[in-house]
Design a binder for this molecule. Structure first.
Ligand code: 8YV
Length: 331
């Protein structure tokens, strides 16, 4: 292993105990990329053909990889980094990383939980209000001059008191439930296991939950265990009066079925911050006024992204100092 340069006065304190090289995998927040380059002398993983030569040259020296929940570190890359000790994620999700392959090698994995909970939950509530009250549609209506030419918009649906079902009552799911309780919404949830002492009603299957609510909110982690957990059967159970909100991962929902049902009146509407093949969004969705589409911005506020950046660097520093992580993923 090599010692990473610590000549810079700027990052000298952070760098003092550091050994091995840091690798950035994929794009990150610009200021985080600058810090990794300036203070950590981090290498950047190239794409495509250049990757093999790069790994032959640098693979052995790399002990820590910094990535996002969207890019991740797959099994092939893990195999190309024989001295990798930590995969540090900017983001709470880490489904793009092969955690099993990391675990087999004893590689630590960290994410940035808690710091983004409030902003993602706020946005979920925003999507609920927008989908039911047609905020985005009405805004377009005014801008397009339709209020003058066509008159008032159609009536919308009340949010207060609607029955809400949450798939994944973890940190973010719970924060959403707490907020919507303030709207006097009865809350139910589906998780792999029932949560002891939860004030909310448990359903053992996603379909049973969907059949008993007006709004189904997806807040579960992504990955193979939850892929298409919200399938056609679940969406059918939600039904023509039901709304789907997704602030988790596109992979949790069968997107093809969702599009078909939304287009054919099988669902009342949807609010989506995440998609199966980001940044691509199914073209059919962009023509539907009962669907709100956002470009994966749940954690995208100045405050939360700064906190995520700080926690990412704290994890990296801790690993480089003593080989441990502050917020390791435990699964
Ligand atoms: C981020 C997210 O947009 O934390 C997550 O899992 O999906 C978002 O907060 C993303 O990780 C940053 O690239």
């Amino acid at each position: 292993m090599t010692t990473v340069g610590s000549e810079k006065t700027d990052g000298a304190q952070r760098n003092s105990a550091r050994t091995g090289r840091v690798l950035r995998v994929g794009p990150l927040k610009p200021s985080l990329m600058d810090t990794l380059a300036g203070d950590y002398d981090a290498l950047v993983l190239p794409d495509g053909d250049e990757r093999t030569g790069f790994l032959a040259l640098h693979g052995e020296s790399i002990t820590a990889a910094v990535t996002s929940g969207r890019t991740g570190v797959d099994a092939e890359l893990i195999a190309g980094l024989p001295n990798l000790g930590a995969i540090v994620h900017f983001g709470v999700g880490y489904d793009a990383t092969d955690v099993d392959a990391a675990r087999e090698r004893g590689i630590g994995v960290s994410n940035t939980p808690d710091v983004l909970t409030d902003c993602v939950a706020d946005l979920a509530v925003g999507l609920v209000i927008d989908a039911l009250r047609q905020v985005s549609f009405s805004d377009r209506y005014v801008r397009e001059g339709r209020w003058i030419s066509e008159g008032n918009t159609p009536l919308t649906r009340q949010v207060t008191g609607k029955r809400v079902g949450i798939i994944g009552l973890g940190r973010i799911g719970t924060a959403i439930a707490d907020r919507l309780s303030g709207f006097r919404c009865p809350i139910s949830y589906h998780n792999r296991n029932e949560i002891a002492d939860s004030p909310y009603t448990y359903f053992p299957t996603a379909a049973a939950l969907a059949g008993g609510v007006d709004i189904l909110i997806v807040a579960a982690s992504g990955g193979s265990g939850t892929r298409h957990l919200v399938d056609r059967e679940v969406l059918d159970a939600l039904g023509p009066q039901g709304y789907l909100i997704n602030v988790a991962r596109g992979s949790v929902v069968d997107e093809e079925a969702l599009v078909e049902l939304l287009a054919g009146g099988g669902l009342a509407g949807a609010g989506l911050d995440v998609f199966a093949h980001e940044p691509s969004v199914p073209a059919a969705l962009t023509t539907l006024d009962n669907v709100v589409l956002l470009p994966h911005v749940g954690s995208g506020t100045v405050e939360t992204r700064a906190a995520m950046e700080a926690l990412t660097l704290e994890n990296l520093d801790r690993f480089l100092a003593d080989g441990s992580l502050i917020t390791p993923v435990t699964r």
